[in-house]
Write a new protein. Structure first.
Length: 109
């Protein structure tokens, strides 16, 4: 089995949950740099994907996911169920990204 399995579902087919360890989360707070805002503004003129912001969002989600995963490992989990992301503006140009779910121990059914 993988080091840590993660799903948005509430179970893993072929496995049973033997222990629920509780909620786990990973939080990161990111801001856009002035240079990034300028590059993003230029990209909006041409339309389409704003790659500078896509990259920022991907890095923030990846960091929040890794922090959540480490939190689950520290609790002794080998899986996370019901995983979700959330994001909120803390202030203009500053965003909190949260990854959360329920840490569990699973075994082959």
């Amino acid at each position: 089995m993988a080091d840590l399995w993660v799903t948005t579902a509430f179970s893993f087919e072929g496995y049973k949950i033997t222990r629920q360890l509780g909620v786990v989360r990973g939080i990161t707070v990111r801001s856009r740099s002035m240079l990034g805002n300028i590059a993003g503004s230029i990209q909006t003129i041409f339309g389409g994907n704003i790659s500078i912001y896509t990259e920022l969002c991907e890095h923030a989600r990846a960091e929040a996911f890794e922090l959540m995963s480490q939190h689950a490992r520290d609790m002794g989990a080998n899986a996370i169920i019901g995983m979700r992301y959330d994001a909120n503006d803390v202030m203009e140009g500053v965003t909190e990204v949260l990854a959360y779910g329920t840490a569990v121990v699973i075994e082959t059914a």
